[in-house]
Ligand binder design. Sequence first.
Ligand code: UDP
Length: 366
Amino acid sequence: MPTKRILICSTPVGPLGSGVGGGVELTLHSLVLGLSGRGHHVEVVAPEGSLHVGARVHQIPGSYQVSSQTESRDAAIAMPPSPVLGAMWEWVRLHQQHYDIVLNLAYDWLPWFLTPFLQVPVAHLVSMASVNDAMDVALTELVVARPGSVAVHSFAQAETFPAVTERLRVLGNGIAVERYDLHATADEPRTLGFIGRISPEKGIDDVFAVAAATGLTVKAWGLMQHPSCWQAAQAAFPTASVSYEGFLPTDELQFAIGGCAAVLMTPKWVEAFGNVAIEAMACGVPVIAYRRGGPAEIVIDGETGFLVEPDDVAGLVDAVRRLSEIDRAVCRQQVVERYSTDAMAMRVDAWFDDLIRSNRRADASS
Ligand code: UDP
């Protein structure tokens, strides 16, 4: 396929660089690098105030969406006054003729609903597992209306949408491995790491439990989205040594986490992928994760970390004791082979080609 003109639409929950977009921000950055590296022309539409990401960013003003992970299952679809989401897709509508394909990274109803009304093919990379009934219905309708247009990051994530599981393309994810250095040995004294938003679904309380049980210090990096979660965990485990290290930009984060003996992933929800797993592994840091969601498809038990039954804190503690069995170079090698920006961009590019072809066929037959 020849060079494509690709427009990537970011999440409307906040500007790129704010951290509110969680893994979507890193995914977008990796896709810009990987797809540009394959010779494509890439531009981005994102809320005003977004950081430079190596491609032209069209900055759109407006009010942010509330993150869907904080909504209940039966919540209605909602938008604030003057939504940035609406303004971003109005921009897409007005400029669509300049692009061969639009990639939507927002987990939002509006772009899913609007897709059949646009002329340009729109590919949707869904960043979360099922969290809301109205969104599930919208996703099913989109998959029926535009077969092949929806992809997810993991098989576990696809299974949370039972009506369409088999019709979702599973792409994994990718990071710029060259921006992460292998730390061949862990720092002494040993510390553990936690990387993620401080929010109920990320399970910081189990991290405090591990710190208390092992006597090891855990360093936590990430956006302090729900301080009450942190305070509750502190109150429940007063002897735990867990230090909050703030939210760092990627380069500083990779440098900071490299010395950890392991990174803990204790999600309470089906993590769609878990970018932090591949970021840790790229630094040579093994991952100890619950066997739940994306991390269970990334971590090879006993080789690049350990998988523990969900919510089994004693299992996490046992895994910490077995860390000497893990070869840190193997952790990094896995990321080089499966999760580089090149590997991810190749999978995404093949998906785009299929979608553009099937849109042409549909246009020709209509
Ligand atoms: N992150 C960061 N700085 C920090 C902590 C986290 O940039 O101090 C980023 C991290 O690189 C990752 C994202 O936050 O890309 C979290 O993504 P993940 O897929 O693990 O979870 P999500 O927040 O999307 O649920």
